[in-house]
Design a binder for this molecule. Structure first.
Ligand code: MG
Length: 394
């Protein structure tokens, strides 16, 4: 057992793949792409890149086996790669990949008293953590899900996230196209509901019928009282859940909304650790949490999801911008859970970027199919390297 290969090398890469249509759909009134390639959505005052940007992490063992991870590089990806290259990578070298959860705790501990329990630091840890889990799985010849306590699901129901078309009529048509392909759950984005949030749900409900699941991401736009009022207006259209009505810091507001609406409330794509989840759980702010693998990594994701189970809260994981590696990690982790009815399907990112990875992972007929093979069952395709940008470049 002493011969088990140790971590020998940790590398990071910034990937930036051009898009035809920006994330969340065509630019709205007054929105523009700046000199750094970023746009700010007026509807939620959040910044997005005009390309699909993420950070890849490659961890190589002494025997040459390679594990792949991925994390957020949505803006300022050099911040993430600097943390990995300067801090996390060097201290991970020489560690046993089977100790992945211990390594994750150690990486967290190094900066916790300096105030870094979120943001770029945790994203960087997530990327390294996912890569070490992949490496561990490959070295022992097992899919990651089998190392997480056991597999409950072979495939995972998917909900279609975002209907990125310019008009409401075109969005309804897009949803109908997905229905024809076996999908029955849809979430639209309030940040780009230019024809009205309640109106959009009415049009989708009328157009798609009573059986589909409809959800709306309220994108942190409202005060607690505004949210209660708005969600009351959505209730006749029977939403499956409403997401993120209040600003992320507003724990009392989240709890107020949760206590005063009759629609399930989903929160948490921005939380990185159990320490952010716990106070919301204690206040019973939500009935669904949405952990994002690109922020949490596998080790924290599992702790968050197990905590949710203890509070009888469901887990419907978030999906974001990447080439598919943290998405694959999210499917492995989700497949081990007892309390997950479905997973977000970020189709405009997922489908397009599948060409840049080697994997059997798919999302068809309303469900994700878990990738096959040891580890995560996914690695970058040779075609992705043309989109790796030099560190420090624009
Ligand atoms: Mg969201």
């Amino acid at each position: 057992m002493n011969k088990f290969p140790k971590i020998a090398r940790v590398e990071s890469f910034i990937v930036s793949i051009p898009r035809d249509t920006p994330y969340l759909g065509p630019l709205g009134p007054g929105e523009f792409i700046n000199s750094r390639g970023y746009l700010i959505r007026k509807g939620n005052r959040s910044i997005y890149p005009d390309s699909d940007m993420s950070v890849l992490v490659k961890v190589t063992a002494e025997d040459g086996t390679v594990g792949w991870g991925e994390t957020y590089g949505i803006v300022a990806p050099d911040a993430v790669t600097s943390i990995i290259d300067d801090v996390l990578g060097p201290v991970s070298i020489g560690r046993d990949p089977r100790d992945v959860m211990v390594i994750q705790e150690d990486l967290y501990d190094m900066m916790r008293v300096r105030g870094f329990f979120g943001g770029f630091y945790m994203d960087a840890i997530a990327g390294v953590d996912i890569a070490i889990w992949d490496l561990f799985g490959k070295l022992v010849g097992q899919p990651v899900v089998k190392l997480l306590g056991g597999q409950r699901m072979e495939s995972i129901p998917a909900y279609v996230s975002g209907l990125p078309a310019a008009t409401l009529e075109a969005r309804l048509e897009m949803a109908r196209g997905f229905c024809a392909r076996g999908f029955d759950a849809f979430k639209y984005a309030a940040a780009v509901s230019h024809e009205g949030i309640v109106n959009e749900m009415r049009v989708l409900r009328d157009g798609l019928g009573p059986k589909v699941k409809l959800m709306v991401d309220l994108h942190w736009k409202f005060t607690a009282q505004e949210a209660v009022q708005l969600i009351g207006q959505l209730e006749p259209f029977n939403p499956y859940f409403v997401e993120a009505p209040c600003q992320p810091e507003d724990i009392e507001g989240q709890a107020h909304v949760g206590a005063n609406i009759r629609v399930p409330l989903a929160l948490g794509e921005e939380w990185r650790t159990v320490y952010e989840v716990r106070p919301r759980m204690e206040r019973r702010a939500m009935s669904i949490i949405q952990p994002e693998m690109g922020h949490t990594g596998i080790s924290q994701f599992m702790q968050i999801a197990r905590m949710a189970n203890a509070f009888h809260v469901k887990v419907i994981p978030h999906a974001s911008i990447g080439i598919g590696i943290f998405q694959a990690a999210s499917l492995h982790a989700t497949a081990a859970l007892a309390n997950c009815p479905m997973h977000e399907y970020q189709h405009s990112v997922f489908d397009r970027n599948l060409r840049y990875v080697k994997t059997t992972m798919r999302c068809t007929e309303g469900a994700f199919v878990l990738p096959e093979g040891p580890g995560l069952g996914i690695e970058p395709h040779d075609d992705v390297w043309q989109f790796v940008r030099a560190k420090g470049a624009v």
